[in-house]
Design a protein around this ligand. Structure first.
Ligand SMILES: [Zn+2]
Length: 339
């Protein structure tokens, strides 16, 4: 368990006793950036083992809480505030979503429209139109199918390096990484799980047509890398290629090429990458990580707060993050230093 997870566990029951105002006074920045993946009431086999997601009711509860304490702003306002260093009356939130899941169109945007909230979705062009399943979704789907089906549990126990312990097998499937993602296809073949068939029956990602509609409705569609790699597993050349391919797609499809959000994490990404990508793309204004409330030594790389952590509400997460930041500041660890 990470130090932060432990911190959340200890701090959360104590924080509950205090109102949010006590925490918001200590907000280190006036502009927060939040990141969700998706919202759904359904049991999503391709996502449920990757991150906890909100039900529609929980999501609305988050938004109603946030609306009370923050002003949601759109991308243009965000940029203007940053560049002109505008001091806002209320702290602001830029709302973002990652991975381009279809729920953004079907469930999230109708709620956001009703409440007058803008959001950006950071997408992986490779999976748009459900042409292929993203490797992490493959892992979650395989694990879901195994858990639901004893026959598959038997089958996997006899495959390659797998053994008789279900939990160990599940963990090793969820640990398969970007570079070894072919293993997921091998396992699926062995278990006769058909990803394309699943995608046909359950469109997981947004379609080109939906992207156009979202753009016309004023929502932001921006880049999350071509095919959702873990960047620190790639060479610098591969990092730049993956990023450029997704930014070029944005430009070709008249979507936004002025921002980019790292898939997973920007951990261990060095200045050379940022210098290169900003030089090659003069339109690019900011890149985004998701390390929570934190400063970054690269001024154009901004950290977002993952807001679907554990089973905590947005209020609980923000309280924990504010407190955690104070602790990091005391030990001089509130800034990510890049080499
Ligand atoms: Zn992602």
């Amino acid at each position: 368990m990470s130090f932060k997870t432990t911190f959340y566990r200890i701090a959360n029951p104590i924080n509950k006793r205090f109102s949010f105002e006590r925490f918001s006074q200590k907000l280190p920045f006036q502009d927060l950036i939040l990141v969700y993946h998706l919202v759904s009431d359904a049991d999503l086999k391709h996502a449920k083992h990757l991150f906890p997601y909100r039900s529609e009711k929980q999501f609305e509860r988050d938004l109603d809480f946030l609306l009370k304490h923050f002003d949601f702003i759109d991308w243009e306002t965000f940029l203007r505030n940053k560049i002109e260093k505008v001091k806002t009356k209320k702290p602001t939130i830029l709302l973002t979503f990652d991975d381009g899941y279809s729920e953004f169109y079907d469930i999230i945007v109708p709620i956001l429209k009703r409440k007058g909230i803008f959001a950006i979705n950071f997408i992986n062009p490779k999976f748009i139109d459900n042409k292929e399943m993203m490797w992490r979704n493959k892992a979650s789907l395989i694990v879901s199918e195994i858990i639901d089906n004893e026959l598959l549990q038997n089958k996997i126990s006899k495959f390659q390096d797998f053994g008789s312990d279900l939990k160990t097998n599940i963990n090793s499937i969820l640990k398969i990484n970007f570079k070894n993602q072919n293993q997921l296809d091998d396992i699926a073949n062995h278990l006769e799980i058909d990803f394309n068939d699943y995608l046909k029956k359950n469109p997981v990602y947004l379609t080109t047509e939906q992207l156009i509609n979202l753009k016309n409705d004023g929502f932001g569609i921006s880049s999350h890398g071509w095919n959702h790699p873990l960047y620190n597993q790639l060479s610098l050349t591969e990092q730049l290629e993956n990023t450029q391919k997704s930014l070029d797609y944005m430009k070709e499809n008249q979507l936004s090429n002025d921002s980019f959000a790292f898939p997973f994490t920007d951990y261990l990404i060095d200045n050379q990458f940022f210098d290169n990508v900003f030089n090659e793309n003069p339109k690019l204004k900011f890149t985004f990580g998701s390390a929570g409330l934190k400063l970054d030594s690269y001024p154009k790389n901004l950290q977002r707060i993952p807001i679907e952590t554990g089973n905590y509400s947005a209020e609980e997460i923000l309280k924990n993050e504010i407190l955690y930041y104070q602790l990091l500041r005391k030990i001089n660890k509130n800034k990510i230093i890049r080499s």
